[in-house]
Design a protein around this ligand. Structure first.
Ligand SMILES: *[C@@H]1O[C@H](CO)[C@@H](O)[C@H](O)[C@H]1NC(C)=O
Ligand SMILES: *[C@@H]1O[C@H](CO)[C@@H](O)[C@H](O)[C@H]1NC(C)=O
Ligand SMILES: *[C@@H]1O[C@H](CO)[C@@H](O)[C@H](O)[C@H]1NC(C)=O
Length: 304
C-alpha cells in the first residue's frame, strides 16, 4: 500500500461524491418523449422517457465527467442507482444466494401461468437463489452449465451440462474450482454461448440468464451488443444477472476499461436498461442487473 494507492482511493471517493452532488440536483427530464422505434404499448411512453433519462444521465453526466475507466468500475453502484429510470416500472425481487443477491423482475400478474426459461452459466456449487426462483415461479425450466460437475446439485432443478460457456467452442483456458476453496486455470471444454442456447437449451427466448463465469464474461460482452451474435441468431434474453471480474484469468487485462466500453455500448444501444449494479469485495468484481426494455415479449411479461 503506497501513497499512490491512497491517492487513487481519495480520487475515486471524490469522484463518487461529485457524482452524488451533481445528481441530487439533476433536473427531472421535462422534454416530451422523442421518436422511437419501440412498439406501441400501454406503458410505451413511460419506457421511452425512462430510456431517455437513463441515456442522458450516463451520456451527459457520467461519461463526460471522467474518462478514467477505474471511476466507472468503482462507482457503478451509485451511478446505476442514480441513473436508473426503470426500477419504478418493475416488480423487483431479491433472490439471495449464500454470498450474493440475484435480482428478479417478477412477471406481471396476468403472466404468472407462463412457462419460463432460466439459464445459469457458472453454478459455483450454490443454487440457493435458483431454488428461490423455482419456489416462486415453479413452471420454470432450468438449464445450468459449469466446467465442474455440478449435476448432483443442479439436476434437482433441471438439465446440467458439464462444460464452460463463453465465446468459443473447444478447449479453452478456464478458471475452475476443484473444490470451493481451490480455484485453478485449466484447458477445459467450452461451448460458444449462442451455440449453447441454440443446441442445448433449444429456446429462442431466455427469460432469466445468470452469468458468473470467472473471466469468460468478456467474450460475452460483444454478443450482447445490438446486432451482435445474440441478435443475429434471433435469440432474446429478458433479464440478465451478470458478474464481471477483475484479476481472475491471467490472460485478461484492462478489465475496467473493457467494462467501461461495455457500459457505454449498452447505454447507447438502449436495448437493455442497467437496473442495478453492485461493487463487491473490495472492488474485485461488479454485478449488474440488465433488463431488456425493447423485446415486445419481455416487455409484455415484465414491464407493461
Ligand atoms: C471523454 O472522452 C470523450 C470522447 O473522447 C470526450 O468527448 C469527453 O469530453 C471526455 N471527457 C473528459 C472529462 O475528458
Ligand atoms: C407449460 O409447459 C407444460 C409442460 O411442458 C405444458 O403442458 C403447458 O401447456 C405449458 N404452458 C403454457 C402456457 O405454454
Ligand atoms: C457427475 O456427477 C454425477 C453425480 O455425482 C455422476 O453420476 C456423474 O457420473 C458425474 N459425471 C462425470 C462426467 O463425472
Amino acid at each position: 500500500m503506497n501513497s499512490s494507492y491512497y491517492f487513487s482511493k481519495i480520487y475515486v471517493l471524490i469522484f463518487a461524491l461529485c457524482i452524488f452532488f451533481i445528481f441530487i440536483n439533476f433536473p427531472k427530464n421535462e422534454n416530451p418523449p422523442a421518436q422511437s422505434s419501440f412498439p406501441e404499448s400501454t406503458s410505451g411512453n413511460k419506457i421511452i422517457s425512462a430510456l431517455e433519462k437513463f441515456q442522458d444521465c450516463y451520456n451527459s453526466k457520467v461519461f463526460t465527467f471522467s474518462n478514467n475507466s477505474k471511476d466507472i468500475w468503482s462507482n457503478i453502484e451509485i451511478i446505476a442507482h442514480i441513473c436508473d429510470g426503470f426500477g419504478g416500472n418493475l416488480d423487483l425481487r431479491p433472490l439471495r444466494n449464500r454470498d450474493e443477491t440475484k435480482w428478479l423482475a417478477f412477471p406481471k400478474k396476468t403472466n404468472l401461468d407462463r412457462n419460463f426459461t432460466m439459464v445459469t452459466l457458472g453454478i459455483a456449487n450454490d443454487i440457493t437463489a435458483e431454488i428461490k426462483l423455482r419456489d416462486i415461479l415453479p413452471q420454470t425450466d432450468f438449464f445450468g452449465a459449469d466446467p465442474t460437475n455440478m449435476s448432483q446439485i443442479y439436476t434437482q432443478l433441471g438439465q446440467h451440462f458439464q462444460f464452460g460457456v463463453s465465446g468459443k467452442t473447444g478447449l479453452k483456458n478456464t478458471r475452475i474450482y476443484k473444490n470451493p476453496k481451490m480455484a485453478l486455470e485449466d484447458d477445459v471444454k467450452n461451448v460458444n454461448f449462442v451455440e449453447f442456447i441454440d443446441e442445448y437449451v433449444q429456446r429462442k427466448l431466455v427469460h432469466f440468464l445468470w452469468i458468473d463465469i470467472e473471466g469468460g464474461e468478456f467474450e460475452i460482452f460483444e454478443m450482447l451488443y445490438r446486432n451482435g451474435d445474440i441478435d443475429t441468431n434471433h435469440i432474446d434474453i429478458c433479464q440478465i444477472n451478470f458478474e464481471i471480474h477483475q484479476k481472475t484469468l491471467e490472460e485478461i487485462t484492462n478489465e475496467a476499461e473493457r467494462f467501461q466500453n461495455f457500459i457505454r455500448k449498452i447505454v447507447t444501444d438502449g436495448k437493455y436498461a442497467i437496473v442495478k449494479a453492485f461493487n463487491v469485495r473490495k472492488q474485485n468484481f461488479v454485478r449488474i442487473f440488465l433488463v431488456n426494455i425493447e423485446n415486445a415479449e419481455c416487455r409484455r411479461l415484465f414491464i407493461d
